[in-house]
Design a protein around this ligand. Sequence first.
Ligand SMILES: Cc1cc2nc3c(=O)[nH]c(=O)nc-3n(C[C@H](O)[C@H](O)[C@H](O)COP(=O)(O)OP(=O)(O)OC[C@H]3O[C@@H](n4cnc5c(N)ncnc54)[C@H](O)[C@@H]3O)c2cc1C
Ligand code: FES
Ligand code: FES
Length: 484
Amino acid sequence: MTDQIHFILNDRTVCTSQPTGVTVLDYLRLSEKLTGTKEGCKEGGCGACTVLLGELQGEKLVYKTFLSCLLPLGELSGKHLVTIEGLNREQLSPIQQALVDYGATQCGFCTPGIVMSLTGYLLASEKDIDRAEVKTALNNNLCRCTGYGAIKRAGSKLVQSLGNGEVHNLETWIDRGIVPEYFRYIPDRLQQLPQSILESENDKVSPKFVIAGGTDLYVQQGDILAESTVRLLNRSPQMKGISTDGDRLHIGALTTFAEFANHSAMIELIPYIQTYIQRIASHTIRQRATVGGNIITASPIGDISVMLLALNADLVLQAGDDIRNVPLREFFQGYKKTAKKSGEILTEIIIAIPPSATKFNSEKVSKRQYLDCAAVNSALSVAAPSANAIRCEGDTIREISISMGGVAPIPLFLKQTSNYLIGKRVNQEAIAGALPLLQGEISPIADIHGSASYKRLLARQLLIAHFTKLFPEFICLQDFYATN
Ligand SMILES: Cc1cc2nc3c(=O)[nH]c(=O)nc-3n(C[C@H](O)[C@H](O)[C@H](O)COP(=O)(O)OP(=O)(O)OC[C@H]3O[C@@H](n4cnc5c(N)ncnc54)[C@H](O)[C@@H]3O)c2cc1C
Ligand code: FES
Ligand code: FES
């Protein structure tokens, strides 16, 4: 038996038996001849291939934007796939009209992706729409000829004309012409879809590739995934979500970056997590890339891995009935080499919730502020019995964990530097004393992100930045420029 994937494509119910690992972009352009979805970079970086995917969550139909060049066909099962052709009518939608009115399209290559991103933003907005959010929604869409001024002006026009304090839902967006009339019947039609048959997901099949968000795998191996057996982890709901159990936080490996940053338990643990996460990838990628995928790729600059190292996370790995725990600090063994055994799946990440007075900071330096990988990134977690106790007991560091990426073949826990600082008071002398140890622990190499000496300089600056940000009452930048 072959795979049979049932879904709705625009206003048409579809069943395909194409391989699960084919990208939605190739399927749309090559099989369906829907060429409005453009192929640009095929690496998740340009947004020309943006589509909408609607999924029933209980009674509610929830739409999100996805990059079809990184999306496996099997993910469409039971869902509503919307392309630019599915939004087009005789009349332009208010989004399309705004882009025309403000001269926000020239060659037009990027325009379908921009329309899809703006439509996705509106469908996900239940309250007032907001200029800053419109900008975030577009941060994965590159335009090479119009210039962003006109696109931003079109976005502002939309905010003015649509952001009028009403409560929005799918019905109101249909009434306002943002999406066509046929969207009204999609919830019922999705409920009536036959169950997909994904033979390649069968336990007896040993897949060549395991796909979580696909945001790394499709960039690295996109060419061969279409012809390979793949297992889509997203079909395992038990590996999603975040929960607490006493003093431990359980993060399902399939938790996306966006879910990770928006969960109340994470915000309590890392109060500025939403600021930090804005610096990771783009809005669209963050809805898809998973925490588990960030760890398993073992990139030396993995932003989430670096944060989790500072929180001393534990990993739960499973192969069949065999389950084992591995501390994240022992997981990375060499460049893109890990302690994961063949056939093992990372199911969850566990963090022991630190005492409430623990402070956390994350830093990232990259060439562009947004949508760029780190040259060097770093996180620090520092514990004291209470905020006051830091002061009363002479600002003594009781526990500290510092991690750094981009300075070694693996995301690095800075063991010697961290150990040195335990028991020290937070002052210029202690940090200056830690700097030679830091330089001894790291071994950066020159690459596209910068020279080895530049990364050594960044490592120093980021260690200082952690302390000046977390303890401005004890230490400031000038302390270092005067003496170092
Ligand atoms: C445009 C763009 C920008 C990016 N920017 C950043 C950035 O700023 N910072 C950053 O850190 N990363 C960035 N990334 C990299 C990437 O998104 C992340 O590393 C992401 O976390 C990978 O997760 P995924 O779920 O998409 O993994 P996938 O691509 O699905 O999988 C990656 C690898 O891990 C394996 N795998 C995944 N999950 C599991 C599991 N649970 N158990 C066993 N094996 C598993 C897969 O088999 C595969 O080998 C960017 C990527 C793109 C395309
Ligand atoms: S083609 Fe560039 S993001 Fe998909
Ligand atoms: S209009 Fe030409 S790339 Fe945007």
